[in-house]
Write a protein that binds this ligand. Structure first.
Ligand code: ADE
Length: 232
């Protein structure tokens, strides 16, 4: 998979994309992540990428020129399955979206900054808009890193213990069960006996019960959806 991220603040993406699991995924050749600096596509001698909004009002708007030039250059090189715009005015990203995107070959992600991007870019190029939650950040870079992380970790070979991606919270519509490791006894707090029993069926049943109890307590909205889906 290849992901191209378009931004006017590349420094915000450098750390999250190069460290830890995303860094290793690229080193192993499982994912290619490319960051494009929109200032490099500005026709302006000051490399500007924004301008005042028509109709007045506060804030600056990202202009069509650098965005269109960068998008078209990339589109001439390969076909993109999705051109995604990160924005708070969109459906909220969920595990099911990450699962679907992880099956694609080429993704482009546009990060907005300032007050937003000229609407004509959304109309002409964008195929999907994603919000990471109902709050407003200074730009789409951290949201883009979140989407890249959630997607790349699902690619075959990226996680060393692949079973762990399947047992994550949200993968089956429920929160995950608590986990423990050594020591079995710590300052008077012990690990639940069943986990030390070696009895696979009982452990599986216990984990499922814990998932249902946690989801009911912390995210009753998810439990209702899980029950409705299991009746289908
Ligand atoms: N840009 C600013 N806030 C955002 C959000 N919540 N989700 C996606 N992109 C954003």
């Amino acid at each position: 998979m290849r992901i191209d991220i378009l931004t006017c603040v590349p420094a915000l993406l450098a750390g999250p994309l190069s460290a830890s699991i995303l860094g290793r995924a690229q080193a192993k050749g499982l994912a290619e992540l490319h960051v494009h600096n929109l200032h490099d596509y500005s026709p302006d001698k000051h490399r500007r990428v924004d301008d005042y909004p028509f109709g007045g009002g506060g804030g600056m708007v990202m202009t069509v020129g650098p965005l269109a030039a960068c998008i078209r250059k990339l589109q001439a090189e390969r076909t993109y399955d999705e051109i995604i715009f990160m924005t708070p005015d969109a459906p909220v990203f969920a595990q099911t979206d990450a699962n679907a995107l992880s099956l694609k070959q080429h993704l482009m992600i546009i990060c907005g900054h300032y007050k937003g991007i000229d609407e004509r870019i959304r109309e002409q190029f964008v195929t999907r808009e994603i919000s990471i939650g109902d709050y407003v950040l200074t730009g789409g870079e951290l949201p883009a890193a979140i989407v890249a992380d959630a997607v790349v970790r699902l690619l075959p070979g990226v996680l060393t213990d692949e079973v762990s991606a399947l047992t994550d919270s949200h993968m089956d519509g429920l929160l995950s069960a608590p986990v423990y490791t050594r020591p079995a006894e710590w300052e008077g707090h012990s690990v639940p006996d069943v986990l030390l029993s070696g009895h696979e069926a009982r452990i599986h049943a216990w984990r499922h019960e814990q998932q249902l109890a946690r989801t009911s307590e912390r995210r009753p909205d998810l439990l209702a959806k899980f029950k409705a889906d299991s009746q289908d």
